[in-house]
Ligand binder design. Sequence first.
Ligand SMILES: Cc1cc2nc3c(=O)[nH]c(=O)nc-3n(C[C@H](O)[C@H](O)[C@H](O)COP(=O)(O)OP(=O)(O)OC[C@H]3O[C@@H](n4cnc5c(N)ncnc54)[C@H](O)[C@@H]3O)c2cc1C
Length: 416
Amino acid sequence: MTIPFVDVAIIGGGPGGLALAQGLKKNGIDTAVFERDPVRSDYVQGFRMRIRQRGIDALQTNLPPHLYQAFLDTLGLAPIENLILDEQFSRLDDAGQATRESEDTHLEKSVSRITLRQILLSGLDGIVHTGKRFERYETLPDDTVVAHFSDGSAIRANLLVGADGAGSTVRCQLLPDLKSIDTGVRRLAGKITLDVAARHDVSPLLTEFNTNIRPRDGRGLMITSHRVDPSAYARYDFLSAEDRGHRAIPGFHFNNSTSYTWWNTAYDTDELGPDEVLERLGGAALLETLLQRIRHWDERILKLIRHSDPSTVAFLKVKSSTPGAVWQSGPVTLLGDAIHAMTYFRALGGNTALYDSGLLVRELVAARRHGKPLLASVNDYESAMREHGYEAVRSSLSAMQRNVGANRPLKAIPTL
Ligand SMILES: Cc1cc2nc3c(=O)[nH]c(=O)nc-3n(C[C@H](O)[C@H](O)[C@H](O)COP(=O)(O)OP(=O)(O)OC[C@H]3O[C@@H](n4cnc5c(N)ncnc54)[C@H](O)[C@@H]3O)c2cc1C
């Protein structure tokens, strides 16, 4: 059997892998993406992603102008003003405790993950191959790499890029000793459409601001909104109000053109209940568990939680990679969560994956257009990627410590 060949083979069609494929295609570099799942319906996919300047810049560089314009037109808006309330709905002064984010943050810009995926997939027919679960690679004597898939097929490439997320199979082979950390933090989140919130008279203090509920005792609750302009979707035929693959799933969780308010809270392991129990509970039971825990809070806050759509509520264990690994560059490299997965606390993971894709496109253009040796390009990409990626991991861990560990120390937060 002859194994087909591609210059750059990408494992994983998340934001990082797809943005890389767009950038390589834009620069005429032969590439193919191999993605396990035809539809992306994991829970987090139903949420918006806060987008930072580094992510926006990478998309502008990698996307053709009409797709970049679609991205700008369909961005969701979050509130720009912050508010801190205690659990009895009394306003608190910031007292200098809020995180001061000086760098490239746009608190007010957020992108639906579903919309971003539709944009990133556009024009990649014949480049993205789904139903391809990567299993292992082998390096050949001519320094090319063969990637093997679970369906028995294979691809040979000059460069294999593992963009296959936090549980990366490519990383497990390349850096087998690198372990991820369970931070011990457990997250609950949910959404309520702005229409339902209005119908139940939810206070505008909870829908018009980034509101931080900071109780005197117990864990805080963060509330913000994602407002979209549905008419922007009508201008682009490759965008649909919801992904076809999600239509059978009840609730509005996977609808990307509905405006909503959402909340999230984080607890220590076992505080809300044992992991094995919480992992089995559906959204309605999780809502009830949280409501029991905060039943002494002001009714205006409880109302927001009570009327949240159960299909949008789930329990997540917060994990992180261990920053710092260095390895010798070769024909296999890593990008995004595959090498620097991080907690969600600074909204950096997706933006850092996009940023990586911009760095790697720049280096591969240097290799393919300007004669830079491929390994030198990979090495320069990896040095830059490690520097900013590991810094993002560390900063997301310390933000988690500030946010969740502020009232009581958490058992399992790693020492930084
Ligand atoms: C609760 C939460 C909130 C977050 N909020 C934000 C935010 O506001 N802003 C932000 O920037 N980041 C945020 N993040 C982080 C962000 O989601 C990730 O950093 C981002 O998705 C990483 O993109 P990626 O392309 O590297 O990996 P992924 O998105 O994980 O994509 C990996 C892809 O690889 C595929 N794959 C996996 N294994 C295989 C295999 N063996 N073979 C083939 N394909 C495979 C998967 O199906 C998937 O499509 C958040 C994360 C969480 C958990």
